[in-house]
Design a protein around this ligand. Structure first.
Ligand SMILES: NC(=O)C1=CN([C@@H]2O[C@H](COP(=O)(O)OP(=O)(O)OC[C@H]3O[C@@H](n4cnc5c(N)ncnc54)[C@H](O)[C@@H]3O)[C@@H](O)[C@H]2O)C=CC1
Ligand SMILES: O=C(O)C1=N[C@H](C(=O)O)C[C@H](O)C1
Length: 267
């Protein structure tokens, strides 16, 4: 039985991950973690999952929760995730991180911290999006430089980071396939007389509103034709099931930083 603890247990994803652990085989919920001062600290973790009481109280003690698990699943925010990664590295525990909004420097730090333990860090844990990453690489390579690339993502009005981690990864995949540097060609802002579109740029557009779970479309726009590759999430459950699958996969792996392409065998 693999013991999994959840960080961000009172959050939108935390509740769904707890539910996914309860329905999966070969895993058990060993702990649930929240930030000190959160009103749900001390309450049963099952309530946010819609399960009623399950006998695991939400704690605010990182060390105790990490001590009790084989793997920590963390969906919070980059700075919290880096602290959790450090704690897991010290105690030689595995970690699965779904938080998004990492800067390139924070991602490099995550790779450094994961030198001694197996860790999965992925902006999207769904099978569908990860298949899209693979397809995008092939489409971009095949189309080459004659199609303009624009990426549009839509999310709920509580999302803190923009563009989404998934949209950024889609941009990185396409840029790499086209031999471009994503950080140089990503265009996040068009306003006023900003000039004609360059051939190299990848437009990144963000929509926020209501309860949209997550939608991503990559447009390859040519002269007289257009390809659109879209993914729409209808619930958070495939992200949470993906994170549990990642935890089952990562325990016992060699130290290093992996992503969902590794977990799903898509590399
Ligand atoms: N990789 C993926 O497949 C997915 C990634 N995400 C990402 O997961 C993250 C969380 O998303 P949501 O659940 O919607 O956000 P949320 O705001 O509902 O939940 C985050 C939770 O983390 C808690 N938290 C903050 N600081 C903490 C600390 N120091 N220790 C413990 N808990 C702490 C908050 O109190 C909150 O309950 C975001 O970065 C989001 O983009 C979301 C969905 C899928
Ligand atoms: O914050 C969210 O909700 C989501 N975030 C992830 C991202 O930033 O890519 C994945 C998913 O689209 C939901």
């Amino acid at each position: 039985m693999i013991k999994i603890a959840v960080c961000g247990a009172a959050g939108r994803m935390g509740g769904r991950i707890i539910a996914a652990i309860k329905e999966a085989e070969g895993v058990e919920l060993s702990g649930a973690l929240e930030r000190p001062g959160h009103p749900m600290v001390g309450q049963d973790a099952g309530f946010n999952a819609g399960l009623g009481a399950i006998g695991v109280a939400i704690s605010d003690d990182l060390n105790v929760v990490v001590d009790g698990c084989d793997a920590l699943i963390d969906f919070t925010a980059p700075k919290v995730s880096l602290k959790n990664l450090e704690a897991c590295a010290l105690k030689r525990k595995s970690i699965v991180i779904g938080s998004t909004g990492f800067t390139p420097e924070e991602r490099a730090l995550a790779a450094e911290l994961a030198k001694d333990i197996p860790a999965v860090l992925a902006p999207n844990m769904s099978v569908g999006v990860n298949v899209c990453f693979k397809v995008l690489k092939d489409v971009a390579r095949t189309l080459g430089d004659n199609f303009d690339v624009e990426i549009v993502e839509l999310h709920h009005n509580k999302k803190k980071d923009s563009p989404s981690g998934t949209a950024v990864r889609m941009g990185e995949v396409v840029a790499e396939a086209l031999g471009r540097d994503y950080n140089e060609v990503a265009n996040y802002h068009r306003e006023g007389i900003c000039g004609e579109r360059t051939r190299e740029e990848i437009g990144m557009q963000t929509v926020r509103g209501g309860d949209i779970v997550g939608e991503h479309t990559v447009y390859f726009i040519g002269m007289g034709e257009r390809i659109e590759i879209s993914h729409r999430a209808m619930s958070r459950d495939m992200f949470s099931r993906g994170s549990v699958r990642a935890a089952q996969w990562v325990v016992g792996k060699a130290p290093g930083l992996y992503d969902m392409q590794d977990v799903l065998g898509l590399r």
